[in-house]
Ligand binder design. Sequence first.
Ligand code: ARG
Ligand code: ZN
Length: 517
Amino acid sequence: MVATAVLAAGCGGPEMETPDAASPTSVAVTTSVPASATATTTIPVSTATTAEAAPTPTTTAAAAELPTTTTTVAPAETVEVIDPVGVGDSFYPGLGNPGYDVQHYEISLDVDPATNTIEASAAIVALAAEDLASFNLDLSGLEVHSVTVDGAHAAFSRSGHELSVQPADSLVAGSQFEVEVHYSGMPEPIMDPGVPFSEMGWLQRGGVIYTLGEPSGSMTWFPSNNHPTDKATYQIEITVPEGTTAASNGLLVAETADDGEATYTWRMDDPMASYLAAVYIGDFERIDHGPLHAGGPRLRDYVPRNAPAETVQALSVTPSVIAFLEERLGPYPFDAYGTIVMPFMLGLALENQTLSIHGPATIGPGIIAHEAAHQWLGNSVSPDDWSEIWLNEGFATYLHLMFEAEHYGADFDRTMADIHAWLTADGMGPPKGIEIRELFGPSIYFRGAATLHALRLHIGDNTFYEILRTHHNRSAGGTTNTEEFLGIVEEFAGPDAVDLLERWLYDQSVPPLPPAA
Ligand code: ARG
Ligand code: ZN
């Protein structure tokens, strides 16, 4: 059966509500969770989700994303990992910049999709954390035309992805200042050592411009303090030829047309890490579903115009996904949620804040639940160092596997027991012992998820979910790390539970699953 949302597609203004948005029709998918725990249909990394290639469980994420650009001539540059200016991230020492704290970004992009070029400005409001004679922003490629600080021209220089700014007058610790950068050119994607299977950043493919920021790619299209420890609010204004759709994070607050051009203004009023900022430009249709429930987030999806009915129908699972997650994690943390589906085989999905990007083969219930879970775990609460990535992926995977088992009527304990058997047979190392190229590998996703399963079996459902909610609530809008998580576990479940988690997180060998509490 076709959900009402399908019928509403194309005729709905932003205010329109579909009558059954709160109790969606389930999608008519006939596949069930594979008996084998490796659950390959639901691994939201590149190899696992392409329809044509079901990987063996031991395959890492590092294989098969198709080339993603059509117009970039130069080969993608690899992010310089060794860089003196950064905030001390253990995997990405060159990302982020010390000395200031961004409050708000106002990014304005005038985009010519035909040439894949931009004319852009970024106005950045920040607080000086110390007296600053100069400071850096992260920007890769593009041409910088001018920089002002509080309206006065500032000198600037560039080296790698560092844009160094010397304001005319030094900034005083504690003061607020505004930097404005005018820049233009053809944004070039980069290779990120943590994502060896895909180019990152600003990408053009199949008539669409889209961005993949995690972890380092956002600096290919706007200057920022490019590390999750410096979250800020955003306004992203995108001007495109009339008839083209442009989407970004948060709420669409204005849409104007003038002289053959359309401008879309998007506002993200909750703190957001730079890696979750997104731009999508192409021939998309917006599907508005109204609020998920009274006082709840607005649900809106974007699909390629004239997308097959199955695409739209696959998205009808979202309200039940959000309800499932709210029951366990507490209220959805942002004003809006939705999925944008690319018109080509994007072999991955990414949880860009409030509007996750998926491909036509990555819109199963598991992956939709995965990216939705990241809105709490990853986006609202982000890792304070990229080596803490299991806090994103292990948690999202655990919840998505649980949703998927419920959705298909599978035995979840059996699924997790199968995953445990696979991890053990494979000798899968611990999520806190990875190298940068394993950032999105199976230890992070699956040993990470099994780690939480072991905890839940040990302490029982009530304490487990209380811990998850506390983990979210205490750091919502900010960042956290494993040590803080273990502190919460100790507080609610005592030192035994911490010992158990430490074995799962740090020991080379895979511990046994404990008997249920
Ligand atoms: N956080 C993404 C997920 O949901 C990771 C996908 C890998 N790609 C990337 N560009 N980081 O699993
Ligand atoms: Zn994920």
